[in-house]
Design a protein around this ligand. Structure first.
Ligand SMILES: Cc1cc2nc3c(=O)[nH]c(=O)nc-3n(C[C@H](O)[C@H](O)[C@H](O)COP(=O)(O)O)c2cc1C
Length: 353
């Protein structure tokens, strides 16, 4: 690290990306409504849309709704698609049989399981966000070139220094260092390597900050002012908070999920492939603790689990619900998002020299 102070790094980052404070709402597919993003942006932070399962039209609609409430900064995030899944009829049938014990018997998924990525990229660029962000790889060259031509920055999620360097070489303007504490999916570029790339934030942040020329955004396990001050002290220029915003009223998640977050001990969350086939950290409930047959490839497993998820949400069934959460879930507060954002930065500043 250079001799610039933690507050100095944060200030430079905020000036560059139009923020008044260095707190970013984490993109969370399905859980970043415009009301939540607008509240964080109005408090001076950066809003976010996790657009994985949003149609191209839906991306434009989300941006219009956001702009109706805020003229602040926001990012739109996409998952970089994996190679096509290897289909395995016997494995998928065994998984469907297992899942039938936790909800309705799921049909074997067929056809496209997610919106078209190329069309989503076009809609994302057309929406004109401050930032586009990626997880699980790097954007195609033409998307990066178009973003740069439009003055849109690119933040790339990485879980190892090698991934971060690959993204910087491809043109990333900042790297999101995703520590193993993080709720939701792991950003490993190679999905098969995810279990071997579970480095915690306290080691990952200074590794990236020392080795990279671009700003580092810390994400994973940050839920209060102590975490923010620690991340900035370790060399991050900003923090990105996911689970810590999920109990805010604007997040509007299922009440059973919100209660599970409030009650979770750090060891009460586990990395699992049950919900999608990709590794992600969620509340350790009965369905992810059960002795399951081999998991299907992403996104086939996601398709298999979808009916279980829907039925569990309808019934308020904790045992089979998909409840993403990070290890610092216990820090999440049921507080309006703008108040939370303002309070966190005010308290963090008093902890920093
Ligand atoms: C419900 C949920 C959904 C998520 N969806 C995405 C996503 O679509 N794209 C992404 O880059 N990260 C996603 N993540 C990961 C977050 O962006 C971030 O890395 C993580 O929440 C940080 O850890 P924390 O939860 O401890 O704050 C998700 C996390 C959660 C909790």
């Amino acid at each position: 690290m250079t001799s610039i102070t933690a507050k100095g790094h944060a200030k430079a980052f905020c000036e560059r990306f139009g923020l008044r404070l260095p707190i970013l709402l984490a993109p969370m597919a399905g859980s970043t409504p415009a009301a939540l993003a607008g509240a964080v942006a109005n408090a001076g932070g950066m809003g976010a849309l996790g657009a994985l399962n949003t149609t191209p039209d839906g991306i434009g609609e989300w941006a219009r709704t956001f702009r109706a409430q805020s003229n602040g900064s926001f990012q739109i995030n996409l998952w970089i698609p994996d190679p096509p899944p290897v289909r395995d009829a016997a494995r998928e049938a065994a998984m469907a049989e297992f899942l039938a014990g936790h909800g309705p018997r799921p049909p074997i998924p067929e056809g496209p399981l997610l919106p078209d990525f190329t069309a989503q990229c076009a809609a994302m660029l057309a929406a004109g966000p401050t930032v586009i962000s990626s997880i699980m790889g790097v954007f195609p060259d033409d998307v990066i070139a178009q973003a740069k031509a439009r003055g849109i920055a690119w933040f790339a999620t990485a879980t190892t220094l090698a991934e971060a360097r690959e993204a910087v070489a491809a043109g990333a303007d900042a790297i999101i260092a995703q520590g193993a504490e993080a709720g939701g999916h792991r950003g490993a570029f190679d999905h098969a390597a995810a279990e071997g790339q579970l480095t915690g934030s306290i080691a990952l942040i200074p590794r990236f900050a020392d080795a990279l020329e671009v700003p580092v955004i810390a994400t994973g396990g940050i839920g209060d002012a102590r975490g923010i001050a620690a991340a900035l002290t370790l060399g991050a220029s900003a923090v990105q908070i996911g689970t810590g915003f999920l109990r805010c009223p604007e997040a509007a998640i299922h009440p059973v999920w919100a209660e599970a977050i409030a009650a979770a001990e750090p060891e009460g969350t586990l990395p699992t492939r049950m919900f999608s086939g990709r590794l992600g950290r969620g509340i350790a409930n009965a369905v992810i603790r059960a002795a399951a047959p081999p998991i299907a490839d992403y996104p086939v497993q996601r398709g298999l689990f979808a009916p279980i998820r829907a039925a569990a949400e309808k019934a308020g069934n904790h045992d089979a619900m998909q409840m993403w959460a990070g290890q610092a879930a216990f820090l999440a507060r049921a507080e309006p998002a703008a108040d939370l954002t303002t309070r966190l930065w005010s308290e963090a500043q008093s902890l920093l020299p």
